[in-house]
Design a binder for this molecule. Structure first.
Ligand code: GLU
Length: 467
């Protein structure tokens, strides 16, 4: 291998969604580029013109931006480079490493059947004919070696040996002159200076064919690293029934991008027993040799654990903005002052949140508008005796100057003592009145979230309603 500066890439085909397998591939390419001080590039493989809509391409840009995996250069669009691909095919023709094949569709399928029955690769009768009838429809095929073997030296899978007799003569240019995937990939990777091709192991067979074409063109073969698939928790191919498979779905379910990065890094790679690490740590540790060859399994418990960790670490203002966006997406009208309520509430409730959706749910009580609608169950707690007690508590709270959790905990305790009762005698009713029955932190936390005047106001409303 030469000592060219490392250049990695992802080369997604726009399909309308970005699979987490693609996200993990992007992450590994990004980590390896960072690890080596190299570059991470993006190529959009948009040769399927029907699927490659602007919106489908945007999904890839959005997915990478959300994950924080920014390519180091402007994206390359494969379709626009067709002329370059054609030139490479012509070069192979000129060198005798490719040929014009005039087999018709019927002849090709007949040969396919025979080849299958004989357990060999498809062969074209035109391979050594040197034929060149300008006016007859034909494809350009690669003249792949028929003897010997091709070894894919893979950083993850080790040396994988393919018998050349098993590899058919790949089509490089179709009848309409358009390049095929394998040709386009090679030309683009070569001209983009890609040194390391790190991608899903569904491309391992392609790597053998691509190796042959690189060699025929006299181009340096990149370092291969084929990553194992990500399966569902049951070890089967990840699908809808496992809960989510697209990057945007993980976003919608309330996972933070840094949690996804940390989680995806552990899918197929690891550094000892380290569960939680920063991007910089991952980049400094990341070696392709440490990627495991066996398929990884999505594990929701681990992802939730990491997400909870990053929710607990995140800046409150950022969480408040994310929570606000989720409330809006649920058509909850927000008001002036709600941002302050969120800034006070989030630190009190985030420890229990596994996702941003759960965190949002935990703030619902604080954003309610007075007067709250109290469920019957809570109304039922407001007996004559309890109302009188809450009235006295209201006075005690009004006299309370310091409105912090510890002060309020002390105030509630001393109120209970002065009443000669346990907290159980009024706590649940107070909680119900403050929260309207929605999940809320403990009493002192709920009071802090709401602030003094909102807390007293909710008490007043309940006491006047409940008669
Ligand atoms: N466009 C291919 C895909 O989406 C990737 C090709 C490659 O990485 O070489 O599977």
């Amino acid at each position: 291998m030469s000592d060219r500066p490392v250049v990695t890439r992802i080369a997604p085909s726009p399909t309308g969604s970005m699979h987490i397998g693609t996200a993990r591939t992007a992450l590994f390419n990004w980590l390896y580029a960072k690890h080596t001080g190299g570059k991470f590039l993006l190529r959009i493989e948009d040769t399927d013109r029907e699927r490659s809509t602007e919106a489908a391409v945007q999904v890839i840009f959005d997915g990478l931006a959300w994950l924080g995996l920014t390519p180091d250069e402007e994206p390359v669009f494969q379709f626009a480079r067709a002329e370059r691909h054609v030139l490479a095919a012509q070069e192979l023709l000129a060198k005798g490493n490719a040929y014009r094949c005039y087999m018709t569709i019927e002849e090709t399928s007949a040969e396919r059947e025979i080849a299958r029955a004989e357990g060999r690769a498809i062969r074209s009768p035109w391979r050594d004919s040197g034929a060149n009838f300008n006016d007859r429809p034909h494809v350009i095929r690669f003249k792949s070696p028929q003897e010997g073997e091709t070894v894919v030296r893979d950083k993850v899978k080790g040396d994988v040996t393919f018998q050349n007799k098993d590899l058919d003569d790949l089509i490089l240019l179709r009848t309409d002159g358009t390049p095929t995937y394998n040709l386009a990939v090679i030309v683009d990777d070569h001209e983009m200076g890609i040194t390391h091709v790190i991608r899903g192991d569904d491309h391992l067979n392609n790597a053998a064919r691509q190796t042959q074409i690189y060699e025929a063109l006299g181009w340096e073969v990149p370092v291969w690293a084929h990553l194992p698939m990500i399966n569902g928790p049951d070890g089967k191919k990840l699908s809808k029934r496992h809960g989510a498979q697209a990057v945007s779905e993980f976003d919608d379910m309330g996972y933070l991008p840094e949690a996804m990065r940390n989680y995806l890094a552990r899918l197929g790679w690891g550094h000892g027993n380290d569960e939680i690490f920063s991007d910089d740590q991952a980049a400094s540790w990341f070696e392709l040799e440490d990627v495991v060859g066996a398929p990884a399994r999505l594990d929701w418990d681990k992802l939730n654990h990491l997400n909870n960790h990053y929710i607990r670490q995140a800046e409150i203002g950022r969480l408040a903005d994310l929570v606000t966006a989720i409330h809006k997406s649920r058509d909850h009208a927000l008001h002036d002052g709600d941002q302050d309520i969120l800034l006070r509430t989030i630190p009190l409730v985030r420890d229990g949140a596994k996702t941003m959706l759960e965190l949002t749910d935990a703030t619902v009580f604080a954003l309610k508008r007075r007067p709250l609608e109290l469920p019957e169950k809570i109304k039922g707690m407001l007996s004559e005796e309890t109302r009188a007690r809450l009235g006295r508590l209201r006075q005690a709270l009004e006299a309370q100057a310091a409105w912090e959790v510890s002060d309020l905990e002390a105030a509630l305790r001393s109120f209970a003592e002065s009443e000669g009762v346990g907290m159980g005698k009024f706590g649940p009713a107070l909680r119900g009145v403050l929260s309207g029955g929605s999940p809320a932190p403990d009493l002192a936390g709920a009071l802090v979230s709401l602030g003094k005047s909102e807390s007293l106001g909710r008490l007043d409303d309940a006491l006047s309603q409940a008669a």
